[in-house]
Design a protein. Structure first.
Length: 338
């Protein structure tokens, strides 16, 4: 539905040239249709604007078309005497233009319809080509990551003093590459968007998480490990419990866990160790809520946790929803397999 919420200032301007080849009319292309003001519709059909406005009124009064879905507003600055005044000008979509056209000049209406069909067809073709390009870029990115991991595997095996340890780490990295196959699910739009465990969460407070983090400090020889930079860690924890209209924004335990991992890693609340802290808090939350183990086996292994944490750290802000869905898909998949 269009209506008053449509912002036509974001539309693309295309030029319609009348049959005489002289009268060039600016048309707004947006939301898979074309938009013209009553004045421009009058220019298309060579009629007076008041005449066009009467026809539009009759079309809506007779309920031939729905005004709310076919009319939008475009903010324009108009010169009124010595003043410049900003006015909201009503624009009408292609359905209205053609309905008016067939009432006042069916021949010109047919000509305009053919032109509009060609413009919109080209818009769809260009849009499809752009989506295909983006899809291929995503696949290329995944392939590049997988190739880099294979090279790293070989390097580790050649350079490590302990061959057994090297093979273990190599297997971990191979699991990381396998985890990237989830991107194929994204390409085909089959990633899970919702978790499976719908029940009240055990609330893990910021203080409880910080006590877990404190116990990690001796394992890392860094003077700045887990030193808070600001209040963003508080925000990371609080956000997963947010509600809207008395409903949880993240209704399942899997969704809460996924967003906790994402927020802690991406918000950089600590001077050092954000990825390690994010992974630890993620595991602790799963454990406190009783979904880390199933039949004594962790639902997520070290390799997968490593893969997810690195993937999130390297992701772009606009990829947040994808990262969340990858984590949820892994947690859901593990549950389904057990």
């Amino acid at each position: 539905m269009q209506g008053e919420n449509t912002d036509l200032s974001k539309g693309k301007i295309v030029i319609y040239t009348g049959r005489n080849g002289i009268n060039n009319i600016e048309v707004v292309q947006q939301d898979d249709t074309l938009w013209l003001s009553a004045e421009k519709i009058a220019d298309v059909f060579g009629k007076d604007r008041s005449n066009i406005q009467r026809h539009i009124k009759h079309i809506f009064d007779e309920e031939e078309l729905d005004k709310e879905s076919t009319c939008a507003f475009f903010a324009q600055v108009q010169k009124e005497g010595s003043r410049e005044v900003k006015r909201r000008i009503p624009y009408y979509n292609l359905d209205v233009v053609l309905a008016v056209g067939y009432r006042v000049s069916s021949k010109v209406a047919t000509q305009f319809r053919k032109w509009a069909t060609n413009v919109l067809h080209q818009y769809l073709v260009d849009g499809y080509a752009l989506n295909e390009k983006r899809l291929q870029e995503q696949k290329n990115k995944a392939a590049q990551l997988q190739n880099a991991i294979k090279l790293l595997n070989r390097s580790i095996e050649h350079q490590a003093d302990n061959l057994d340890e090297a093979k273990k780490f190599s297997a971990l990295m191979a699991d990381f590459a396998a985890g990237l196959d989830l991107l194929d699910d994204y390409d085909n739009k089959t990633l899970d968007t919702k978790g499976k465990t719908v029940k009240p969460a055990v609330i893990v407070t910021k203080e409880e998480f910080l006590s877990v983090i404190d116990k990690m400090k001796p394992a890392f020889a860094s003077a700045v490990f887990a030193n808070p930079k600001d209040d963003s860690f508080d925000s990371s924890v609080n956000q997963i419990y947010q509600t809207f209209g008395e409903r949880d924004c993240y209704p399942t335990l899997e969704e809460k866990a996924a967003m906790l991992l994402y927020f802690v890693v991406k918000n950089h609340g600590f001077s050092d160790g954000n990825k390690r802290i994010g992974a630890a808090c993620f595991l602790y939350f799963l454990d406190r809520n009783g979904i880390l183990y199933r039949a004594g086996v962790p639902v997520i292994d070290n390799a997968t946790l490593f893969a997810l944490t690195v993937l999130i750290a390297e992701s772009k802000p606009e990829e947040m929803e994808t990262m969340k869905q990858i984590v949820i898909s892994i947690l859901n998949g593990n549950k389904a397999e057990k």
